[in-house]
Design a protein around this ligand. Structure first.
Ligand SMILES: [Zn+2]
Length: 380
């Protein structure tokens, strides 16, 4: 496999087309229209699965060689903001926005690379197995599309999620569990100037919780954050209500549970000391995913990197992706870097060379190395 099969200009055009389509979470329809048209032209069957807030797109390219195992390629259609009226600038080496919006390389690099891979397979008549394309919506706001995915539309047991940062060749082989929490503090109002002793200051109680449960890096495998606080009224009123929101992530389920318990204990202690009523609501966001370095899927990616001339680096990530949700459904997943840089900022950019490298890697996998999976099934 060499990079010359990749049509660099076509790949750049596809990426710029996609990046130019504004697609905030749950407003991805124009991306799905673009994909439906292009994927059908390439001979794929396309299904749009609607759920409450959004849609998932599943497209299937039937196998030309049934000895290849099926493989799923996944990406997401939504981007973070600001993403209205995206103006794209390129000098042929770098692609970026005009600085007033994100570029949307997260995750449109992936979608463009998938389309280019399909174009190469078809025009070069390369043998391949069943290829399932999954493009989700609402990924950036809590992996919502993946969580609402109709798994019956898919049959592959292995998936390349294309949604990681880092140099192309980076393979994310694990990501943490995540829960979000909301702490509600109910104190008691009083006139701050006349009878403050009759009040229970919810801000002070919240401070007591924060002091008892400090966030940041909790242990080598876990982190937590307070991200939002709201409440109170006027400076002359003892405030009776505060809401505090945050999250805890851990690669270890037992550690996660112990930190949740510590948060609950901190809240209860601060409530007891003050007489305030404190409640903690924990919302699981997603489970961890973890795949062994020795798993056939990781070995396959390593082989494909080597064939494509890319250094292969496996890493454990700190954030969730659709891989967390798909892995929880029993699909064996890795998350591959696809060339997005400085994502979630207006300085975001993409190197054209990275698009070509990532498309070459995916092409090497689906047209050849996927056979290394043989009949292996994900563990469990
Ligand atoms: Zn992403």
């Amino acid at each position: 496999m060499n990079n010359t099969l990749i049509n660099r200009d076509r790949l750049v055009r596809t990426f710029i087309d996609l990046a130019g389509i504004s697609s905030p979470s749950f407003s991805e329809d124009r991306v799905f229209d673009y994909l439906s048209e292009n994927l059908r032209q390439l001979g794929l069957s396309v299904t749009l699965q609607e759920y409450g807030q959004g849609k998932n797109l599943v497209a299937v390219l039937p196998a030309t060689d049934p000895s290849f195992p099926p493989i799923m390629l996944s990406a997401h259609a939504d981007t973070v903001g600001p993403c209205n009226d995206i103006t794209i600038e390129t000098d042929g080496v770098t692609i970026r926005s005009d600085g007033t919006t994100v570029l949307g390389g997260d995750d449109k690099t992936a979608i463009a690379e998938i389309i280019e891979t399909l174009c190469v397979l078809i025009e070069e008549d390369l043998p391949h197995g069943r290829i399932e394309i999954l493009v989700t919506s609402g990924e950036e706001v809590g992996l919502v599309g993946a969580k609402n995915l109709d798994m019956g539309l898919l049959s592959a047991r292995h998936c390349l999620v294309l949604d990681a940062g880092g140099e192309v060749g980076t393979v994310v082989i694990g990501a943490p569990h995540q829960v979000s929490f909301e702490v509600d503090v109910r104190g008691k109002k009083a006139h701050a100037g006349i009878e403050p002793e009759k009040g229970i200051n919810a801000i002070v109680v919240a401070a007591g919780i924060i002091q008892r449960f400090p966030v940041g890096r909790l242990d080598p495998r876990s982190v937590a954050n307070y991200g939002w606080i709201s409440g109170g009224g006027a400076s002359n009123i003892v405030p009776d209500q505060i809401t505090l929101r945050g999250e805890i992530r851990s690669h270890d389920a037992a550690l996660l549970e112990s930190h949740i318990t510590r948060l609950r204990e901190a809240a209860a202690a601060a409530g007891n000391d003050s007489g305030a009523t404190v409640s903690v609501t924990i919302t699981p966001e997603y489970s961890a995913f973890s795949i062994s370095e020795n798993d056939p899927l990781v070995a396959m990616v390593r082989e494909a990197c080597s064939q494509t001339g890319l250094p292969c680096t496996s890493v454990t990530g700190g954030g969730g992706s659709d891989a967390n949700v798909l892995a929880a459904q029993g699909i064996s997943c890795v998350n591959l870097a696809c060339g997005m840089r400085m994502v979630h900022t207006n300085e975001e950019y993409v190197l054209v060379d990275d698009l070509v490298k990532a498309a070459s890697l995916v092409t090497a996998i689906v047209s050849d190395k996927v056979r290394l999976l043989g009949n292996s099934l994900p563990p469990g």
